[in-house]
Design a protein around this ligand. Sequence first.
Ligand SMILES: [Mg+2]
Length: 286
Amino acid sequence: MGGLERGVGRPQPESGILRAPGKQTRENDNPFYDRIKIPTTFAGVSIDVYLWFHLRMIRAVIFDLDGTLVDTEPIHFAAYVAVLRDEGIELTREEYFGRLIGYNDRDCFAAILGENRKPAGEAEIGRLIVRKSAAFIASIAGRDLLYPGAAEFVRRCAERFPLMVATGALRREAELLLDQSAIRRLFVDTIAAEDVAHGKPEPDCFIAALGRLGFILRSRPPIASGECLVVEDTAAGVEAAHRAGMKVLAIAHTTPHRELAAAEIVQDSLAGTDLDEVLRALSQLR
Ligand SMILES: [Mg+2]
């Protein structure tokens, strides 16, 4: 199991990596506890009550989909390349993964067409989105594209929190991916590209996801943005979540750690991420 690595964008009680090597039978055996020095009692209250109070700071988890739960970014890239090549535009891997990843189709095509001095009106972009989506769906049909550990991490989150998907993918693509990986039932609902006016790094999709949760769950008191944890894989996604007032667990599946450093926590993979450690680390940020 890997350790927790905190981002550097927010005030941190300490820097560096919090290691949690494997399952521990006692808290005192775990270097994680040694490093953050959680007291055994606090003002005469037992540690369990202390942790319960602090862990309540997260009340919902919102997942990005592409690049976070499913290994689809190379497929999106290939679909962009095929469609743009017909338009006389060569999209390089460096351009996509270095600059455009995390954008929805509309923003991605608008940026590329604009830079190549091609017509970038609504009709033109809409036509390209239809072709790109057809290529993408043909490529993912029948495939379970979940990253290792993703289903287990989602299941563990679902045992404790309501979950949402907030994605820049089209709704048809997102629902197909969730159905094929058999995790759709674990989520309350999905916010897709069609549901918001602006894609990431604008905060719209995360604000909409929280609004949808509030509408469905009617929680009292309502879940606040600061009580939401977003799981993301791109810098645009981290920025969007922060602009929505949410905390971020970044997974460096598609983007280097250094570009995700604004996130509260950065991890290499979901397979190496322990939910309890994430929650405890977040509780130490205040
Ligand atoms: Mg993503």
